[in-house]
Ligand binder design. Structure first.
Ligand code: PLP
Length: 354
């Protein structure tokens, strides 16, 4: 089938571009201590997780228990939830999952550590790997001092069913920093802070095996002698409008195909609106009309462009503003090579928000 035969709006993945992006990531990681644990939140698609594992990823990262359950059901055996799971209703499911695969979760509060231990003890003899989250400036989850970190790490280590793995230190506030020099300087500062935290823990008798984090936006700036051991890059296979100003080496692999519904002398209207696009980071953009002013309603986007020569039924492609949230609104993605549709992959975990 050809792309122009697809019913639209349709999510398209340029497979060769995705594979070239994966190869570029392999080049960044080669010769470093970083093991790739790609973030599932970016694609929520077991078929892509499988490709990442076949290419050498050591495990898969995700954000939600529902995603972790899907990954295990798809045969993934090493899963990291780079997030806190605190709700009492979820803990038995988490503990049961930890008996079916190697599971790691993050904590930043003592009560959560005790609750996880209790859930694990009730579920049997298994172990749950735990990362203590350290806030490196994003001001999301995570403890903020070395002393708080050590106290939590010691508490985790004292629990019979929990294994203290190390530090979760995600610098998400840097992922869209447009100046490469600033990204580089901030990454160096964070590397030094996290190295000091590791040394502090080990001086106080707590071994740190893993240091986890990383974002596509500063993958190029991460030094070859980095202290990070697990990197959770998510967007690198796909790219989107939000990364364009950073001029990264990765190429655009994800698009949404739309159909022209109406053409007027001053505008073109296509069949996608805010229900089939996301705007959380940037609005989408149409490479055919990069300067066009856009306006949106639920199921329409209007491009203010004149004399396009387009007619109803023609196709227009947009580049998503944010790849992760865009994939999450489609049931499936069409895998394309050139204009040929070569496969169709389910976005199995879309909407798995719990
Ligand atoms: C904890 C964590 N790790 C990694 C990532 C991946 O970031 P990126 O898509 O920029 O590679 C995210 C993104 O939100 C995240 O929250």
């Amino acid at each position: 089938m050809k792309t122009h035969n697809l019913e639209t709006p349709a999510l398209l993945l340029d497979k060769q571009a995705m594979l070239r992006n994966m190869e570029k990531m392999d080049g960044i990681l080669s010769g470093t201590s970083m093991a790739l644990y790609p973030h599932y939140k970016s694609h929520k698609c077991p078929a892509i997780a499988k490709i990442q594992l076949e290419r050498g990823a050591k495990g898969i990262t995700c954000a939600k228990l529902g995603e972790a359950l899907d990954l295990q059901a798809a045969g993934v055996t090493n899963i990291v939830i780079a997030n806190q799971i605190v709700q009492a209703e979820k803990l038995p499911k988490l503990a049961s999952l930890a008996h079916k695969c190697r599971l790691t979760v993050c904590v930043d509060h003592a009560q959560n550590v005790l609750d996880l231990e209790q859930a694990m003890a009730q579920a049997g003899d298994g172990k749950l790997q735990v990362l203590v989250e350290y806030d490196v400036g994003m001001r999301r989850c995570g403890v903020s001092t070395h002393e708080e970190f050590l106290a939590l790490a010691k508490l985790v280590s004292a629990q019979p069913h929990l294994v203290f793995e190390g530090i979760q230190a995600y610098a998400g506030h840097l992922s869209h920093e447009e100046q490469a020099e600033k990204r580089f300087a901030d990454v160096q500062r964070i590397e030094a802070d996290v190295a000091a935290l590791k040394a502090f823990c080990e001086e106080n008798g707590v071994k740190v095996r893993e240091i986890c984090g990383g974002s596509t936006g500063f993958a190029h700036e991460t030094p070859k002698n980095t202290v990070y051991t697990q990197v959770q890059f998510g967007s690198y296979p796909f790219m989107d409008r939000s990364f364009l100003p950073l001029e990264l080496q990765f190429e655009q692999a994800l698009f949404v195909e739309t159909t022209v519904l109406s053409v007027k002398p001053d505008r073109v209207v296509v069949d996608c609106g805010v229900k089939t696009m996301t705007m959380d980071q940037y609005p989408p953009y149409f490479p055919a009309f990069p300067e066009a002013q856009l306006s949106f309603s639920e199921e329409h986007t209007t491009l203010l462009v004149e004399n396009t020569g387009l007619k109803p039924g023609d196709k227009l492609r947009y580049v998503p503003g944010h790849c992760c949230t865009t994939i999450n609104i489609f049931d499936r993605m069409y895998v394309i090579e050139g204009e040929e549709v070569v496969d169709c992959w389910d976005v199995t975990s879309r909407g798995k928000a719990q």
